[in-house]
Design a protein around this ligand. Structure first.
Ligand code: HGY
Ligand code: MN
Ligand code: MN
Length: 415
């Protein structure tokens, strides 16, 4: 096998880039708060564009504000290989969820340039817009629109808690990048390989450096709105109240009792819970909360997800309840054609590896229906993620990027 491009990968630069990107939205506890389409994200995108320009990669953007950093291949008319992830974070996110995949992708492109070898196909690093779905729900908007899972019109009208729409928030991003070439949505792609931190404890516990990701588990999300009546805390009797918080608490309790399983395999989370008017002396008139339900088995996701509106209706008490389904993503298995290349590249570089599934969602989920797709995982400390204490090692960061570089080059240079 010809010398690998990974031999030219600069792990030191990779780590410095990760630390530099983490400055945009840095929090006091060492995490990152860089919400989708925020000022912090606009500034981080500018840095990525600059880094790409250093080694001759061309930046481009599409109507969904996905950012493409492209290293041209020998045959630029061929559908490109893509890698990448997201640079938006959760509000109390870590330095590495998403950012690692984009920065490792850039490191892989730099190693191809440093090797002096140019593959047949172009290779693009993509920063997908709004993967996390914390400011604008549901998440993975950029990759969903690129692959046709959602329409652009559908996402542009979504509003955040402050009432700002995706369209309004996207304006300054596209304005800042109006000098960049515009890309169409959904163009042909030869393959997509995403590097990401595991966000779970398995690789660390098994002392493996590389995760060959077999697939992504199923996920359903809902918004539940409970509507009551505002009233004076001092003068309204309990009998006359329609207290939205009392009903919401009863609904949450009933959902948890019905959905949590003794084997602790079902992932059921209520991560967002807003009370209106949220005033100490007013009986709550409205509660809105988020349901995030996941499992590797689709029949379980379907059965438990179908219970959500039924349980909400039964436990609502004197209030009205409205259950809005946001998404239903079925479990998927990545093709062996990509998984085997990740495993071979890890072996060729002498890294220990193991196969594992991803309960966490990634943009790869939608790219999977667009082109042959796979993922490379690296360990993260104690599996901590969506947490400011998220942590990886420089050695693992470099290992994952080396595997990514060799997989991308071989796929891009092959038939
Ligand atoms: O929620 C997820 O699985 C992803 O990290 N956004
Ligand atoms: Mn992620
Ligand atoms: Mn995440």
């Amino acid at each position: 096998m010809s010398p690998r491009v990974s031999g030219h990968l600069d792990g030191g630069r990779l780590w410095r880039d990760l630390m530099e990107l983490a400055r945009f939205g840095a929090t006091e506890l060492g995490g990152v708060n860089r919400l989708a389409l925020s000022r912090e994200e606009i500034a981080a995108r500018k840095v990525l564009i600059g880094w790409a320009g250093e080694f001759g990669a061309e930046a481009a953007v599409d109507a969904a504000a996905n950012l493409y950093l492209r290293l041209e291949g020998r045959e630029p008319s061929l559908p490109p290989l893509q890698t990448g992830s997201h640079i938006d974070t959760q509000p109390t996110g870590g330095k590495f969820d998403g950012a690692y995949g984009v920065v490792a992708g850039l490191a892989a492109l730099r190693s191809i340039v440093a090797s002096g070898r140019r593959p047949r196909r172009s290779v693009e690093v993509v920063a997908w817009m709004n993967e996390e779905g914390s400011r604008f729900a549901p998440g993975m908007m950029g990759s969903a629109v690129f692959t046709g899972k959602r329409t652009l019109a559908e996402i542009l009208s979504v509003r955040d808690k402050a009432g700002v729409s995706v369209s309004e928030a996207m304006g300054p991003v596209l304005e800042n990048e109006k000098h960049l070439p515009r890309r169409p949505l959904g163009y042909p792609v030869a393959g997509y390989v995403e590097a990401h931190i595991e966000q779970g404890p398995t690789l660390e516990a098994q002392q493996k450096t590389i995760g060959v990701v077999t697939g992504i588990g199923g996920k359903r999300t809902f918004r539940v709105e409970v509507k009551g009546e505002p009233a004076h805390a001092g003068t309204s009797s309990r009998r006359d109240r329609r207290d939205a918080l009392v009903s919401a608490v009863a609904i949450v309790d009933a959902l948890q009792k019905a959905i949590w399983d003794d084997a602790d395999t079902v992932r059921f989370t209520i991560g967002m819970f807003t009370v209106t008017p949220n005033a100490p002396s007013v009986v709550p008139s409205r509660v809105v909360f988020a349901v995030d339900l996941r499992h590797d088995d689709d029949a379980t996701v379907r059965r438990l997800g179908d219970l959500v509106p039924v349980i909400c209706g039964k436990a609502r008490g004197k209030c009205d309840v409205n259950v809005i389904p946001l998404l239903y993503d079925v479990p998927l298995q990545f093709p062996a054609s990509i998984r085997s290349r990740v495993a071979q590249a890890a072996k060729g570089l002498g890294y220990s590896s193991m196969e594992l599934n991803s309960p966490a969602g990634h943009d790869s989920r939608y790219l999977h229906y667009h082109c042959p797709t796979g993922m490379v995982f690296i360990p993260c400390k104690a599996g901590i993620s969506h947490n400011e204490a998220e942590s990886i090692t420089p050695a693992d960061a470099e290992a994952g990027a080396r595997v990514l570089a060799d997989v991308l080059f071989d796929l891009a240079d092959g038939a």
